[in-house]
Design a protein around this ligand. Structure first.
Ligand code: PRX
Length: 648
């Protein structure tokens, strides 16, 4: 149970700022009432919210049905998410998107304009013959067109799967094939850190690996770089748009129709296609944007997440737009051209709510602890963090330097699978302590249990973080893999709880402190990766016999990757430094840059049990410079531990 010693010492308490509290969307009394209503009648609680917050085509009768692990929400209702995100806000001349490019071009799109753009692109997709239920891959940076692509899919009932544009061609091909996508939407290229990233080339390389389902590749001309053009399949975005604006009638979607698939890493080599439904997902996005981010008419909300991650889906696209808010998007690197870029964007655009990851905070703090002093950040009124535990030092810096000691910080815990924030403070109400995401939101029945599934009530005793009752935005499964869904999330406690995969403890005030993962998933810079996924990439290299990947604590990234590698016979003489670099590049081409190991160690063997299982726990101890934590007598080759400790 890592992180516990240092976090136990943290007791600085931050009370809600009275000025903020006097005008927050949720008051203490309202929060208490919400909790009470949920305790009294959870069905009625969700029913009321769904009726009030969602614009229905046909209102539902049934609230929640089914049994674990398969639940349905608002099943007999009908809606279209884009009616909720666009149609209901037209005619108000309000800005929907403020886009800042890496080269500092600014483009503002109002709700009215976005409505037209989405309708026209929906018309184009429809014209290509795409139909409700077809899967469409979106492989694009975070620019307005990627949002238009997402919303156009939603308008037609096409199931989108956004793939982070940093993933390699092989990762992309795996995802395309897993969901049998009929179309891909991409860009010619884009700039990151001033460097050209050839997105279309990656798509071509992916398709060359064999993706039979793909009929069309739509390319938005974004950067202007030359691309290879396959006339039987490729089409330019511009060329399929209508000559005159079109209105496309939003597809009537049942609440339980799938809205999207989003791939995330698990503890096996193969990423999981997490599936989300329409109404339930939308509801939790809306309420958390109102409750946790306190979104108001005049806010400019900047969530720095890429749309390739769940945070980009829920807090860049669906949640903010369904609450009629103005979002800011930036498609460049946080340190480009200098580490003050974020602060400059906040100042120049009067951002009011800022939501980012602890890794970004730590990086920017390291690169210029006092840089924010040069900027006027007074527009900010609320700060958020997500993706990994935030260390108190970074939290306090964020609060004082960026938040001018006045902004509440919402440390939001959730997952791709949960769809929306689950455990988080309410900014006008909750007392916060740096490092805890505090308490479950109304409607979320989170608890910590022991190995047998019994609730742990003792303060500071760690256990498994689980969710007892279903909630609307919960994942509906894994695309095409029921067995894996049941085994990964439900079987540990025999369908009694949704198992998050995280370990956590509760302090004496009832605040939840996330301690880490209970499985072979690592969290590098807030990106979730499966160690097995990286291992399979490494062992697919010709020289490699075996590999075991573990993580160790990293000052900036939270966790970093250490790969232990044994080579095939005949390769022991190769230059290890060069090979390590080659393997890092190899992993980049197999998965993407984010999965490149920070350290690679070569040895003759790996520690294994007599039955041949690699003991990753011992490697973790070695990588982290810890004492060996468990009995090593079952090891087949005990000497290997000393050898490994010596080579580090
Ligand atoms: O381990 C938890 C960590 O990120 C995991 C979910 O990763 P992903 O599905 O990629 O979604 C990230 C963005 C929601 C969780 O199982 N995590 C997420 N938020 C926090 C966190 N760990 C600690 N504190 C958080 N606020």
């Amino acid at each position: 149970m890592k992180n516990i010693e240092s976090s136990l010492k943290e007791s600085r308490t931050y009370k809600p700022n009275p000025k903020f509290a006097s005008n927050s969307n949720v008051t203490k009394k309202q929060l208490d009432d919400l909790h009470k209503n949920y305790q009294n009648d959870s069905e009625q609680f969700w029913k009321d919210l769904a009726i009030n917050e969602i614009k229905w085509i046909k209102q539902f009768e049934t609230c929640c049905s089914g049994v674990a692990p398969y639940y349905k929400w608002f099943e007999d209702g009908e809606l279209n998410v884009t009616e909720n995100c666009l149609d209901r806000f037209i005619g108000r001349s309000k800005n929907a998107i403020i886009h800042i490019s890496e080269t500092n071009d600014k483009n503002i799109i109002t709700y009215d304009e976005l409505f037209v753009l989405v309708n026209n692109f929906s018309w184009a997709l429809q014209n290509l013959g795409l139909k409700k239920g077809d899967r469409v891959i979106i492989y694009m940076p975070t620019i307005p067109e990627s949002i238009i692509a997402v919303l156009s899919c939603a308008r037609l009932g096409l199931i989108h799967s956004v793939v982070f544009a940093g993933f390699s061609s092989e990762s992309l091909a795996n995802r395309i094939n897993d969901c049998e996508a009929k179309a891909i939407i991409t860009v010619d290229g884009f700039k990151r850190n001033g460097k050209l990233i050839q997105a279309k080339k990656t798509v071509d390389d992916a398709l060359a690996l064999g993706c039979k389902s793909v009929l069309k590749c739509i390319i938005f001309k974004h950067n202007g770089n030359r691309i290879a053009f396959n006339h039987s399949q490729d089409i330019w975005w511009d060329e399929i748009l209508p000559n005159k604006d079109k209105i496309v009638c939003p597809e009537k979607m049942s609440s339980e129709d799938l809205l999207f698939i989003l791939y995330t890493s698990g503890s096996t080599g193969k990423p999981k296609g997490i599936i989300h439904s329409t109404a339930g997902y939308l509801l939790n996005c809306i309420i958390t944007n109102k409750w946790v981010f306190d979104l108001k008419e005049e806010d400019i909300f900047w969530c720095t997440a890429d749309i390739g991650w769940i945070t980009g889906h829920s807090y860049v696209i669906y949640g903010p737009l369904a609450t009629g808010s103005t979002i800011l998007i930036y498609d460049g690197a946080p340190t480009y051209p200098k580490p003050d870029r974020f602060w400059r964007i906040i100042q120049d655009n009067k951002v009011t709510i800022f939501y980012t990851a602890p890794t970004a905070i730590r990086t920017l703090m390291k690169l210029g602890e006092n840089l924010p002093d040069n900027f006027n950040l007074e527009s900010l009124r609320l700060l958020g963090t997500v993706g990994e535990p935030i260390n108190p030092k970074a939290w306090v810096w964020y609060q004082t330097k960026i938040g001018n000691s006045a902004c509440p910080i919402v440390d939001t815990w959730w997952q791709t699978e949960t769809g929306a924030n689950m455990i988080a403070p309410l900014p006008g109400v909750t007392e916060t302590i740096p490092g805890t995401c505090t308490q479950a939101l109304p409607g979320i029945d989170a608890l910590i249990v022991d190995e047998k599934g019994n609730e742990i009530n003792k303060a500071n005793q760690g256990g498994y973080l689980v969710i007892r009752k279903p909630w609307p935005s919960m994942l509906r499964g894994i695309w095409g893999d029921k067995k894996r869904y049941q085994e990964t999330y439900w079987s540990k406690f025999k369908n009694k709880y949704y198992v998050t995969g995280d370990t956590a403890r509760k302090d004496k005030y009832g605040n939840i402190w996330i301690m880490g993962r209970a499985d072979d998933v690592v969290n590098i810079s807030g990106h979730r990766l499966g160690t097995m996924e990286i291992e399979s990439a490494i062992v697919s290299h010709d020289f490699v016999a075996e590999s075991a990947v573990v993580s160790y604590k990293h000052e900036i990234k939270g966790e970093a990757i250490h790969a232990f590698v044994t080579l095939k016979d005949g390769y022991s003489e190769v230059n290890k430094k060069e090979l390590a670099e080659k393997l890092r590049e190899w992993v980049k081409t197999k998965i993407g840059s984010i999965a490149k190991p920070d350290k690679i160690s070569f040895s003759n063997a790996l520690p294994k049990t007599r039955s041949g299982k690699i003991m990753r726990r011992l490697l973790r101890n070695i990588a982290r410079g810890e004492a060996i934590s468990s009995d090593t007598s079952t090891l087949e080759n005990e000497d290997i531990l000393k050898q490994l400790q010596n080579i580090l």
